[in-house]
Ligand binder design. Structure first.
Ligand code: AHR
Length: 524
């Protein structure tokens, strides 16, 4: 049995989670939109074509903000194609995913869907094939009350009141040579700055995110942020980060350590943004928008024969089937986000349905939860509040993680990885949510937590995601093969908590104050 101890103090917090930390992403990609959130004719579809079975799962998952319409897709997208009478919308070749885009779903459908799902919309503008002008026109279309060409166009399309979209992404992954019309940092920085100026002149209430690097492993990381922020620092509130964790190497210990590189990535981007501020003697602090994160590897390299496949509408691409090990690595990423709540103020799980997603559907058939659904739903439901600074004592291991870039195999050493990764969130009413990952694949772990300032706690709920078979997954035939089960061994006495975590497990424990009762509580 491994031992670990954690010291928490009610007075020492990293920061408070922003509502937008629990976001997700829908892109015109494969069956994410068509056959995913939108499928007119599906037995559960409402009059607008929104799948009600998917909406129900989305509500359970609990995303708070939704990024749209891409991703790579946005860099070749004309937003005007997706508004107005559906039968007049053009079909286009989508060069991001080598598909045919029918444009039956566009900005207004997305806004309606967000309202139905009770999530805030986040729109990305095309700074690949288009420039600031198309972006400013979209802001006018969405947010201007009326009396001008684009605002009146929206009204003519049946939307009298402005959509009031607050959060805007200035392009997507513009650093990546495979992006449609990618740019150097200087080219992008200038275009993003000019777009930002005009967009904000139309609506001063909007918030803007500049594109950071598409990954920590890309060769331009660091220099890209520095140069982009040199041009945009005064014009944006956020800089973005993207990360997809992988287990290409089949090395699960390294895979479970990989979220620690997300921690480094976040801290490095904060350092660069603050260095840009320092050069300006500025007290302005940019926040981070981690607007694409997930586990993704099996379906990542499978588009080689894409042109030969023709130009299908909504092909079943990137339909990653997640197993237990993926959910554990994913849980580590959730902890990384929570533990940087002071600077990461928005984050989007990429994506929502079918394409690298927590929710899967069959076109015309059922919908079900993938393994990664559970850590996300728990984090969104229980992770809101003040994240406490955990002082962790745990055995560690060292490993190296492979993050391929095209055909290059890049290897990153990760040293001193604590077997225990944990986040603790104070929910405001003297209660605590604990999120704990035991990264030891073979040994259980006894964790002792001293939660100072929390006098009397009782266990409200304790769940674990653990399976002897790390490759187990859910599917249409066995949609509940993997799901959380009760975590039995949690003992509480005053502010001291002792729990035993199974090897290779993700654990969530909810504690509440229990007035006038100091009896140790045990759940079973
Ligand atoms: O989420 C899938 C793709 O990953 C997005 O379109 C792109 O931005 C990223 O590389």
């Amino acid at each position: 049995m491994r031992q670990a101890s954690v010291l928490l103090d009610r007075d020492f917090a990293i920061g408070t989670t922003d509502r937008r930390l629990f976001g997700a992403f829908v892109e015109h990609l494969g069956r994410c939109i068509y056959g995913g959130i939108y499928e007119p004719g599906h037995p559960t579809a409402d009059e607008r074509g929104f799948r009600r079975d998917v909406l129900e799962l989305v509500r359970e998952l609990g995303p708070t903000i939704m990024r749209y319409p891409g991703g790579n897709f946005v860099s070749g997208y004309n937003w005007e194609d997706g508004v107005g009478p559906a039968d007049k919308r053009p079909r286009r070749l989508d060069l991001a995913w080598f598909s045919t885009e029918p444009n039956s779903f566009g900005t207004n459908e997305f806004i309606d869907w967000c309202r139905a799902a009770s999530v805030e919309p986040m729109l990305a503008v095309n700074l690949g094939t288009r420039s600031g002008e198309a972006a400013r026109n979209l802001v006018e279309y969405c947010n201007h009350p009326g009396g001008t060409y684009y605002s009146d166009l929206r009204r003519a399309h049946g939307y009298e009141r402005p959509h009031g979209v607050k959060f805007w992404c200035l392009g997507n992954e513009m650093d990546r040579p495979s992006q449609i019309e990618y740019k150097t940092a200087q080219q992008y920085g200038l275009v993003a700055r000019e777009a930002a100026k005009m967009m904000r002149w139309i609506d001063p209430g909007i918030e803007l995110a500049a594109c950071g690097s598409s990954g920590r492993h890309v060769p331009t990381f660091g220099r890209w942020e520095d140069e982009v922020l040199e041009h945009t620092f005064e014009h944006v509130e956020y800089i973005s980060l993207h990360t997809y964790l992988n287990n290409y190497a089949g090395d699960t210990e390294a895979f479970l350590a990989s979220s620690d590189l997300m921690d480094r990535f976040i801290e490095e981007v904060v350092a660069i943004a603050d260095a840009v501020a320092a050069r300006r003697r500025s007290t302005r602090r940019l926040m981070l928008s981690f607007d694409e994160w997930n586990v993704w590897y099996r379906t990542r390299r499978s588009r080689a024969g894409r042109v030969e496949e023709g130009w299908p509408i909504a092909p079943p691409i990137l339909e990653e089937v997640y197993n237990v090990a993926d959910a554990l690595a994913f849980g580590g990423a959730c902890i990384s986000l929570l533990n940087h709540a002071d600077r990461v103020k928005a984050a989007c799980l990429a994506q929502l349905v079918n394409a690298i997603a927590p929710i899967m559907t069959e076109t015309g058939g059922p919908a079900w939860r993938q393994t990664i659904f559970y850590p996300f739903a728990q984090m969104s439901r229980l992770g809101r509040g003040r994240v406490l600074t955990p002082r962790v004592e745990s055995d560690t291991y060292s490993t190296s993680y492979c993050d391929p870039l095209g055909t290059q195999e890049l290897t990153f050493p990760i040293e001193s990885v604590p077997y225990l990764k944990i986040a603790a969130v104070d929910n405001g009413s003297r209660g605590l949510s604990l999120f704990a990952l035991n990264r030891d694949l073979h040994r259980p772990m006894q964790v002792s937590i001293d939660a100072r300032g929390y006098e009397i706690l009782r266990v409200v709920d304790a769940q674990q995601l653990h399976d002897a078979d790390l490759k187990a997954c859910n599917g249409k035939e066995a949609p509940d093969r993997v799901r959380p089960s009760p975590l039995e061994d949690v003992v509480v006495d005053g502010g001291r908590i002792r729990m035993t975590l199974a090897p290779a497990s993700w654990n969530v424990v909810i504690l509440e104050p229990r007035a006038n009762d100091r009896t140790p509580a045990r759940i079973s």
